[in-house]
Each structure stands twice: as structure tokens, then as C-alpha cells.
Design a protein around this ligand. Structure first.
Ligand code: CP
Length: 317
């Protein structure tokens, strides 16, 4: 694995396999898991946006790996008074052993990571949310026992950080991804078409019914992402036909599962009955798996478990 995790693009297929395999073991043996690669280490959590899942799953995970997390609201830091991300990164690298950052512009995290000599993890920017998509891939793997060829339909805002990261995740894993939105919220076609970014069978269609035909999973996210609140009325009007409701679910495969990264705006992008359908909705598994994949990522970044896994594999084979 590379030093930082800023987008899924930084991972190779082997990294993904190792993260899923380790997350699976750590989930199964959560209470008796012994390796504590963060013992004596401090991880800074620098956030400028609200969070429930990301903040709590990282803080709990860091503690379970023996480390200490330090939460910093970005508005309390000198960043708020003009200190650059690069200068902040150089200073914090003298105190911390890793940094987890949630902010608006992706360039801020890139600037921080370039200047930092500690690992940096993107905990959401306006452009990418790699930790969420790793948890989603792990969740799909748990249900389907594979990723390659699994059919996922994503409905709603196809220009947001989840859609961007799903595109990269599909390229890495071989998911068959169909995105569906009105033209105003179409995906970043450069991400889809860039041939340097692996495989993946990715298409965009305007018609949501066409998108869900044969889908094994249907995924959505809020229509108004954090920071876009001024566009609320326009977004709700334009995306109205892309709501995940009982009718659209009935058009997919009989065993289709429903995904949402949460938080949900009930009644807007997804109806209550679909979100709460215990036979189909796997949204709480996605949320739980944030903990396990992030612990796996941190463990691999900090060597001990990743190296141990490699050594074990060598011995076996
Ligand atoms: N899915 C997600 O990132 O949740 P939070 O915004 O609550 O962290």
C-alpha cells in the first residue's frame, strides 16, 4: 500500500484483497484480536464537516488497535486564520503518527499529504470518499462472495464523492456499475474513461428503470451533499424521479439488496419502507464495516499485520 489513502486510485488489486481479507478476520475476532499496531501512536482527526459514522468508527478503531486519537475541529486550528495546509502538515507530522482528514476541497488533503511525512487518510472531501467505498466493497463481498461481475446500480447524484469513488472502486474490483441521473448530475466521464485506472464495466443511463434491470445491488446517497445546501430546491426537483421506492426495487433482480452510505434523508432519495426492509437493506452492515475496513487499512499502513499476513501466506505457499 502507498503512504496515503486519498482516493481508491492509490490502491492496487492486491491492496484491496488484503484489506477485505484482513477486515473479515478482524470483524470475526473483534473481541480477541491481538495485534495492536498503533500501540503508543497518536492519530490526528482533522474535520471541517459534520460526521457520525466516520468520526466514531475511526476513533473506536484507533483505540482498539492500541492508539490514541486526537479530534480537531478545523475551525479551532490556525488553518482557520490562514495557516496553510502544507505548514500545518509539516508541524503535525512532528507530533502525530497519522492524520485522518475530512474537508471540502480535495486539493486541501492533497496539499496536506504532500507536505506530511506521516500517512494521511481522506475521510471525505467534496470529490472522494474512499473509506466509505472500501466498506461498501467489503459489504458486497460478504453478501456475494465476489466483486468481479457483480451488478450495482447507483441512482441519484452521479457527480458527488460517492459516485466518483464508486467509479474508481468498480475499476479496481471489476464491479459492473450502472449510474443513473438526469444530465445535470451526470458522472465525471473522465474518471470512467481513463484507461490508466484499471478495468470495470461502467455506464451511465438517464432512465432509472433501465439502470436497475438485473441489478444485484441498488445504491443511493443524499441528493444534497454537505456544502451544497443552497441548491436544495433545484436538486430535489431535478432528482425527483430517481428515488428508491418499492416500484423501482421490484424492477431489479428478485434478491436485490439496498445500499446507502447514510445519513439518509428519508422520503427524499429513499422511502422508509425500502430503507427499513430487513430482507433487502444492508445499510447498517455498510456502516458497521466502516470500522473493520478502516482498522484493516490502519493495520496495513502500520506494517505489523500486513507484514504478518504476507509472512503467513509465504509460509503456507
Ligand atoms: N457515511 C458517512 O461518511 O457518514 P458520516 O458523514 O456520518 O461520517
Amino acid at each position: 500500500m502507498q503512504k496515503d489513502l486519498l482516493t481508491i486510485e492509490e490502491l492496487c488489486e492486491n491492496d484491496l484483497n488484503e484489506i477485505i481479507s484482513l477486515a473479515s478476520k478482524m470483524k470475526l475476532k473483534r473481541d480477541e484480536w491481538k495485534p495492536r499496531p498503533l500501540e503508543g501512536k497518536s492519530v490526528g482527526m482533522i474535520f471541517s464537516k459534520s460526521s457520525t459514522r466516520t468520526r466514531v468508527s475511526f476513533e473506536v478503531g484507533i483505540r482498539e488497535l492500541g492508539g490514541n486519537s486526537i479530534f480537531m475541529d478545523m475551525s479551532d486550528l490556525q488553518l482557520n486564520r490562514g495557516e496553510t495546509f502544507a505548514d500545518t502538515a509539516r508541524v503535525l507530522s512532528r507530533y502525530l503518527h497519522a492524520a485522518v482528514i475530512r474537508t471540502s476541497k480535495h486539493d486541501y488533503v492533497v496539499e496536506f499529504a504532500k507536505a506530511a511525512n506521516i500517512p494521511v487518510i481522506n475521510a471525505l472531501t467534496d470529490s472522494f470518499h474512499p473509506c466509505q467505498i472500501l466498506a461498501d466493497l467489503f459489504t458486497i463481498y460478504e453478501y456475494s462472495e465476489r466483486l468481479d461481475g457483480v451488478r450495482l446500480a447507483y441512482l441519484g447524484d452521479c457527480s458527488n464523492n460517492i459516485a466518483n469513488s464508486l467509479i474508481l472502486g468498480a475499476k479496481l474490483s471489476g464491479l459492473k456499475l450502472t449510474l443513473s441521473s438526469p444530465e445535470e448530475f451526470s458522472p465525471d466521464f473522465n474518471l470512467i474513461r481513463n484507461p490508466d485506472m484499471g478495468r470495470g464495466d461502467i455506464r451511465w443511463v438517464k432512465n432509472p428503470s433501465e439502470a436497475v434491470q438485473g441489478a444485484d445491488y441498488i445504491y443511493t446517497d443524499v441528493w444534497v451533499s454537505m456544502g451544497f445546501e443552497k441548491e436544495t430546491k433545484r436538486r430535489i426537483e431535478l432528482l425527483d424521479g430517481y428515488r428508491i421506492n418499492r416500484d423501482i426495487v421490484n424492477e431489479a433482480s428478485p434478491g436485490v439488496k439496498i445500499m446507502h452510505c447514510l445519513p439518509a434523508h428519508r422520503g427524499e432519495e429513499i422511502t422508509d419502507d425500502v430503507l427499513d426492509d430487513s430482507r433487502r437493506s444492508i445499510v447498517l452492515d455498510q456502516a458497521e464495516n466502516r470500522l473493520h475496513v478502516q482498522k484493516a487499512v490502519l493495520s496495513i499502513m502500520f506494517g505489523e499485520v500486513g507484514e504478518a499476513t504476507k509472512k503467513n501466506n509465504k509460509k503456507k505457499g
